[in-house]
Design a protein around this ligand. Structure first.
Ligand SMILES: [Zn+2]
Length: 166
C-alpha cells in the first residue's frame, strides 16, 4: 500500500500515524478494509461516530439534525456532540488507475503511445494498492443517501440508531 495524490487523509491523522499505517501495510497489493489499534505512543485520532457500535445508547431523532458534510451531495444524520479521541483506525485501500502522465498529455506523446516506457502503451498507470482513506473508529455502513450505497436496507437500519458529530 502506498500513499497517492488521490488518497484522502484529511481525517485528523498525524504524519506519524500515517507513516505507521503505510509501514504496517506496505506489503499489501490488493483491496482491503482493516480496523487496527494504534500503538499507544502514536496518540489518538478523532472519531465522530455515535451510537451502539461505539457503546452508546441509540441516537434518537430528537437529538439529530440533517445536513450535508463537506463536499458530499447527500445529507448526514448529525448530533451536537464533539468528536471523541480513539486509538482505533480504519484503513481502506485498493487498486487505482490514472491516465499515464507521459503519453496522455500532449499530441506528440499520444501519437507515440505504443512505445511509451512509462505505461507500456496502454495509456494508464495502474497501482495495485493505494490508501483510499483512513479515519478514527470502526467502519460504518455507507449512508443511505450515498449514491454508491450498496445495501440501502442495512444502511438505513444502521443509521436509524447512529449519528455523526457536527
Ligand atoms: Zn504512457
Amino acid at each position: 500500500m502506498i500513499k497517492h495524490a488521490d488518497s484522502h487523509v484529511d481525517h485528523g491523522l498525524t504524519e506519524g500515524q500515517l507513516r505507521y499505517l503505510l509501514d504496517r501495510f506496505a506489503d499489501r497489493a490488493a483491496f482491503f478494509i482493516e480496523t487496527i489499534e494504534l500503538p499507544e505512543d502514536l496518540g489518538t485520532v478523532p472519531c465522530g461516530l455515535y451510537g451502539p457500535i461505539m457503546g452508546d445508547a441509540p441516537i434518537g431523532d430528537g437529538e439529530v439534525s440533517h445536513a450535508r458534510r463537506g463536499t458530499r451531495a447527500w445529507t448526514s444524520r448529525l448530533v451536537d456532540r464533539p468528536a471523541r479521541p480513539t486509538r482505533k483506525v480504519t484503513v481502506i485501500a485498493g487498486p487505482h488507475g490514472e491516465p499515464c502522465p507521459q503519453c496522455t498529455t500532449s499530441a506528440w506523446n499520444i501519437l507515440h503511445r505504443a512505445s511509451c516506457p512509462t505505461c507500456g502503451g496502454i495509456g494508464e498507470v495502474k497501482h495495485p494498492c493505494i490508501l483510499y482513506t483512513a479515519f478514527g473508529g470502526p467502519l460504518a455502513p455507507q449512508e443511505p443517501g450515498d449514491p454508491g450505497c450498496k445495501d440501502p436496507e442495512a444502511s438505513a437500519a444502521f443509521w436509524r440508531d447512529h449519528a455523526l458529530a457536527k
